[in-house]
Design a protein around this ligand. Structure first.
Ligand code: SAM
Length: 268
C-alpha cells in the first residue's frame, strides 16, 4: 500500500453499490454495447467489485461463461449473491497474478480497476497471458484527469481546500495516465499496438445535496475512505465547502465519463 492508496477501501458491497456501483452499472451497459463482442465465448472480468460489468456481460453478450475475480472477498461474495447466474463463477484473485492458465479466455475485460493495480503495464501483460491468441482485450477507467468523474472531482477539489494534504490523494493527480493518449501509450508499452480508445459518458443525478453527500460517509472507495478518516469538524467543513460549490437544495447533475479501450490481440 502506498501513501496515496491508504484510503482505497474496497470491501463493503452495499456501501460501494451506493457510492459507485449504481453508476458503474450504467457505464458497463454502454461499454459492452461499444465493445460489440462476438456472441458466446469464455470471459474474464478482472476486479469485478459488486458485479456491475459481469452482470452487463451476462445480460447482453450471451457468454458461455464469465469468470469474475476481485481481490476483495467481501465484494466477491456480494457479487455472487447479487448476480446469481449459473454461467458466472466468482473467485478472489489478484489482477497481477490471475488465478488462470495461459490462454484460458476468449475475452478479458476489466471495469474501473487498472489504475488501482501496482503496475498498469504488468497488469496488461497479465491480462494478455490469460487471453487466447486472437482474443479480445478490453478495459475502461474513469477520465479522472479530465474531471470526467464529476462527483469524485468535486469532492477532491473541496477536500484540498480544507486539507492541503488531500491534494495528493485526488485521483486526477494519482492517475494522470487516464487520458486518451496516456492509455494509448500504455497499451503500446505492453505490446498492444492497435488499441481503439473511446470516451463513454453517463450523467450522475442526485435529487439534492444530501443525496450527493451521503455515499461519501459510507467508507467504500478512496474518497469515502478519506472522508471517514476525518474528524467530525473536518467532515463538516468539507461538507459545507462542497455544498457551497454545488448548491444545497436543487438537483445536482454531474458527468461520469470513462476512457474505454479495446484491442483484438493478433494470432502469432
Ligand atoms: C472502482 S472498483 C470497480 C468494480 C467494478 N468493476 C465496477 O465497475 O463497479 C475497483 C475494484 O478493483 C478491485 N481491485 C483493485 N486492485 C485489484 C487487484 N490488484 N486485483 C483484483 N482486484 C483489484 C477492488 O477490490 C474493487 O472491487
Amino acid at each position: 500500500m502506498t501513501e496515496t492508496s491508504k484510503f482505497d477501501a474496497w470491501s463493503a458491497g452495499d456501501a460501494y453499490q451506493h457510492y459507485m456501483g449504481r453508476w458503474s452499472g450504467l457505464i458497463a451497459d454502454k461499454f459492452v454495447d461499444w465493445l460489440a463482442p462476438p456472441k458466446g465465448g469464455d470471459w474474464l472480468d478482472v476486479g469485478c467489485g459488486t458485479g456491475a460489468l459481469t452482470s452487463a456481460i451476462l445480460r447482453k453478450c450471451e457468454p458461455a461463461s464469465v469468470t469474475a475475480i476481485d481481490q476483495s472477498e467481501g465484494f466477491v461474495n456480494d457479487a455472487k449473491n447479487r448476480v446469481g447466474d449459473g454461467r458466472a463463477v466468482f473467485k478472489t484473485g489478484d489482477a497481477m497474478k490471475i488465478p488462470a492458465k495461459n490462454a484460458e479466455f476468449d475475452v478479458v475485460t476489466s471495469g474501473l480497476v487498472l489504475n488501482f493495480v501496482s503496475d498498469m503495464k504488468d497488469g496488461l501483460l497479465e491480462f494478455q497471458r490469460v487471453l487466447v491468441p486472437g482474443g479480445l482485450l478490453s478495459f475502461y477507467v474513469w477520465d479522472y484527469p479530465g474531471g470526467g468523474m464529476g462527483f469524485i472531482d468535486a469532492f477532491w477539489k473541496a477536500a484540498a481546500k480544507i486539507d492541503p494534504q488531500a491534494a495528493e490523494l485526488d485521483e486526477s493527480e494519482r492517475f494522470p495516465v487516464c487520458t486518451r493518449s496516456g492509455l494509448t501509450d500504455l497499451c503500446r508499452s505492453a505490446g498492444v499496438a492497435a488499441a481503439d480508445v473511446a470516451a463513454i459518458e453517463e450523467t450522475t443525478v442526485f435529487s439534492d445535496f444530501e443525496e450527493f453527500w451521503r455515499p461519501f460517509t459510507l467508507g467504500a472507495g478512496p474518497a469515502p475512505g478519506y472522508c471517514k478518516s476525518l474528524s467530525e469538524d473536518q467532515r463538516d467543513a468539507l461538507k459545507n465547502e462542497l455544498a457551497s460549490k454545488l448548491g444545497g437544495d436543487g438537483e445536482i447533475r454531474l458527468p461520469a465519463r470513462v476512457w474505454a479501450v479495446k484491442a483484438k490481440i493478433p494470432r502469432f
